[in-house]
Design a protein around this ligand. Structure first.
Ligand SMILES: Cc1cc2nc3c(=O)[nH]c(=O)nc-3n(C[C@H](O)[C@H](O)[C@H](O)COP(=O)(O)OP(=O)(O)OC[C@H]3O[C@@H](n4cnc5c(N)ncnc54)[C@H](O)[C@@H]3O)c2cc1C
Length: 295
């Protein structure tokens, strides 16, 4: 399987965007089957460049991340990116995990700090990592992995010193060895453009910065998500979602149109790729890609 930094270089040379999909490990065997046998094959028809699998706060879904990454790579022949967080991990545990990744041919890691299970303030595990930049450096020293990190166009929700302080920390992650940035979802492209201009022009970050896109599936769901991750819903979008609060089908149709328009403007601005939060459901993302003629 390829290193994702090489995928970005190849697609850049071709003048084409890198398209990636994010999944989360299902909690049940039925969920696994639905993801691996229905949703992923439907999405593969659009010929993505890679996909990523999130890492849970603890428990059995953590082991599933690597299992799903491995099955995607072996059964679907698609490069996969394993998310990994600092939550409840010592450095020795991360070292053991990295050895496992290497054995399975998993060469790509999204290095994250993660959030404490159950909320509250993050506390580093003794002999663990306090910030994701430390995890990036650790992985960089451990072997030839391609490493991605998270970026926050509106600033990270927990940074009390504001978005400029958060963006400086993004620069530190890149200096520690990150090859690319995948952003948090956002609904106002102006936020992404301000963020990208600042980190590239003022802070000199040179690695690909890929916008994270979600095609809204329902008003209630996106309200819940944005409350958790701190992304704002612009007033005009909020009005529309209020109108569609009781009609999920219409909300999903509107979500496809909104995401399509967002992506069209982002592509015109020269983004190196699009990272879709699929929520383990293929339909809306496939429609957006068809609208963009990227399927
Ligand atoms: C694309 C994407 C994928 C994600 N996938 C997952 C996942 O699979 N599992 C999961 O649990 N979570 C996931 N998250 C959520 C992420 O783990 C949380 O948002 C977490 O709170 C921040 O992670 P980080 O890697 O940005 O942390 P960090 O970069 O460590 O930053 C955390 C906070 O500390 C601040 N900070 C950083 N360095 C310093 C420093 N030196 N001094 C002081 N403050 C500092 C930052 O500004 C920020 O406020 C994902 C987020 C994104 C955008």
């Amino acid at each position: 399987m390829k290193l994702i930094r090489d995928i970005f270089a190849e697609k850049k040379a071709l003048g084409k965007p890198v398209v990636s999909f994010e999944f989360f490990p299902p909690k049940t065997d039925d969920g696994d089957r639905n993801l691996l046998e229905k949703q992923i094959p439907a999405l593969l028809a659009t010929k993505p460049d890679f996909c990523s699998v999130t890492y849970g706060a603890g428990g059995s879904t953590r082991e599933k991340t690597l299992m799903i990454v491995d099955r995607i790579q072996r059964e679907h022949r698609l490069t996969a990116l394993a998310h990994l967080t600092c939550v409840n991990h010592t450095q020795a545990e991360v070292q053991a995990l990295l050895e496992k990744f290497q054995k399975l041919g998993c060469k790509n890691i999204l290095a994250l700090r993660g959030d404490p299970p159950g909320g509250g303030e993050f506390k580093a595990t003794p002999n663990g990592f306090e910030f994701s930049a430390e995890l990036v450096k650790f992985i960089r020293d451990a072997g030839d992995f391609s490493i991605g990190v998270a970026g926050f166009p509106e600033g990270h929700i927990a940074n009390k010193n504001g978005k400029l302080a958060d963006w400086r920390h993004l620069q530190e992650k890149v200096e520690a060895g990150a090859d690319f940035v995948l952003t948090q979802l956002f609904f106002d492209n102006a936020d992404f453009f301000e963020f990208r201009d600042h980190v590239t022009k003022k802070l000199g970050v040179q690695v690909p910065i890929v916008p994270g896109i979600i095609s809204i599936l329902s008003a209630a769901q996106i309200t819940r998500f944005t409350q958790l991750c701190g992304s704002k819903i612009p007033a005009s979008l909020k009005t529309k979602l209020d109108e569609l609060a009781k009609d999920d089908e219409a909300a999903a149709k509107f979500g496809i149109e909104y995401a399509t328009q967002q992506c069209e403007e982002l592509l015109r601005s020269g983004v190196p790729g699009l990272h879709f939060y699929t929520l383990n459901k293929a339909y809306s993302t496939v429609q957006v890609l068809k609208n963009l003629k990227l399927a």
